[in-house]
Write a protein that binds this ligand. Sequence first.
Ligand code: SF4
Length: 194
Amino acid sequence: MHWLNLASRLPCTKAEGPGRRAALWVQGCDKRCSGCCNPAYLQMVERDLVSTSSVLDWLADAHHEHDLEGVTFLGGEPMLQAQGLADIAQGARMLGLSVMVFSGYTKGELEFLELPGSMQLLHYTDVLVDGPYDSNLPEHGRRWVGSTNQQFHYLTGRYDSRIESYGEVERVLEIRLRTDGLVFINGWPEKVVR
Ligand code: SF4
């Protein structure tokens, strides 16, 4: 069992990958991409420290309640907490869920750096979306990615490139009013109307 430092999580979203998915945002990223849509998740500070076994219980409950297709890991930088996320990805596979990971590292960097747990996490990953956000290269043609340098890598046969532009390219934005009075926004932030 490992520990995760989560910034946030959702039991069911349609804005972070194909189908209904649970989403886990980890806290902490060592990159500082200009225009990052989650600046509050970058600092290496303690947020919600949770055991992977408790997250797996939560994921199983979410799947039971929402009939999920998969789980998505975002950040922050998932590869900096890859040991814990590999546990979650392995458990997700056992539940029949697909695994999607958004990383600011390129696949080549990950293979070179071999961050702790990263190869294990990739072993259980169906889709890796890699590379840092580059505000000079805005993406208009594919779902879920912010800039054209970011690439989809299909590491299993579960998905292929059709998911990137399934039907019309739709950019989904979700807004939740939480019971603690906070507003939680995820998905495609370009659509936020101030
Ligand atoms: S890698 Fe991702 S989370 Fe990290 S600063 Fe860049 S856009 Fe933000």
